[in-house]
Write a protein that binds this ligand. Structure first.
Ligand SMILES: Nc1ncnc2c1ncn2[C@@H]1O[C@H](COP(=O)(O)OP(=O)(O)OP(=O)(O)O)[C@@H](O)[C@H]1O
Ligand SMILES: [Mg+2]
Length: 252
């Protein structure tokens, strides 16, 4: 389980997370939704120690993130950041290989190479493996970063807006892949999503954030409802049930 207790984050005098306590269930797919600026990325960066929290605690698989050694943490949790910036004069294969660093410490074994090949395969990047990152389209590059994260083969996987830049076919195949990670490999996956319909159809659990608070939390049946989504986004949202799935309609 990933658990936060009363996690607070302030920037100067502004509080962007207000004592957030969540329990993210083990071996499930959890979606974090909410408007821009709600605190979704901030919460993920507290859990993954990309930034220090002002107060509170977070544990991942029982490890307190504040005082666990970085290499130990990197073996249990991998994160895709919202903004990936790295040297673009790297090939896709090299980037994905970096995902093995916590295991290989720079000396790749046959097992590490197997993980790299599998991640390239999962993300349909085989044909692009020897291309430099600056020779890829936005969606291809996004898939390369996700391959790097999956290649780390950690029990906990945090992905901040993994569907950015992906076309609808790649977005759907990404969500299916994440479900397989949960069902076949027992991973605990947390994804920040803006497309509520993907959250509705693929997530087991949804955390809806607004203004630095958890506004609603529960399964899609509980969260994907007209009144919940209309209040969350401050606009009229209508949820329709189509072939057993709740899909929302929000065009004026
Ligand atoms: N370094 C910073 N200094 C001051 N304020 C910050 C800083 N980083 C983030 N914030 C503020 O914290 C709040 C939460 O930001 P966060 O990035 O967590 O939002 P988000 O829910 O991920 O939004 P988005 O959907 O746009 O990615 C925002 O109001 C943002 O302006
Ligand atoms: Mg964000």
């Amino acid at each position: 389980m990933i658990e936060t207790r009363d996690v607070v984050k302030t920037h100067g005098k502004t509080t962007v997370l207000h004592a957030v306590s969540v329990q993210i269930p083990e071996q499930q797919l959890t979606a974090i939704i909410g408007p821009n600026g709600a605190g979704k990325s901030t919460l993920l960066s507290m859990v993954s120690r990309l930034a220090p929290m002002t107060a509170g605690t977070a544990t991942v698989g029982g490890l307190d993130v504040a005082n666990t050694a970085s290499d130990a943490l990197a073996k249990v949790m991998a994160i895709l950041r919202q903004d990936n910036q790295s040297a673009l004069r790297l090939t896709v294969r090299d980037l994905v290989g970096f995902g093995r660093f916590p295991h290989s410490k720079g000396r790749m074994t046959a097992e590490d190479v197997r993980h790299v090949d599998e991640a390239l395969d999962f993300l349909q990047l085989n044909a692009l493996a020897d291309r430099y990152l600056d020779e890829l389209s936005g969606g291809q590059r996004q898939r390369a970063y996700i391959a790097m994260v999956l290649c780390q083969d950690t029990p906990y996987i945090l992905l901040d807006e993994p569907l950015n830049n992906l076309d609808m076919a790649h977005a759907a195949s990404m969500m299916k892949l994440l479900r397989r990670m949960v069902q076949e490999r027992g991973k605990t996956v947390v994804v920040v999503l803006h497309d509520i319909n993907f959250a509705s159809c693929y997530a087991d659990h949804i955390i809806a954030m607004k203004d630095g608070h958890v506004a609603y939390e529960g399964g899609p049946l509980l969260v994907v409802r007209d009144e919940v989504l209309s209040a969350l986004y401050g606009m009229d949202v209508t949820v329709h049930e189509i072939q057993g799935q709740r899909l929302c309609h929000y065009f004026a």
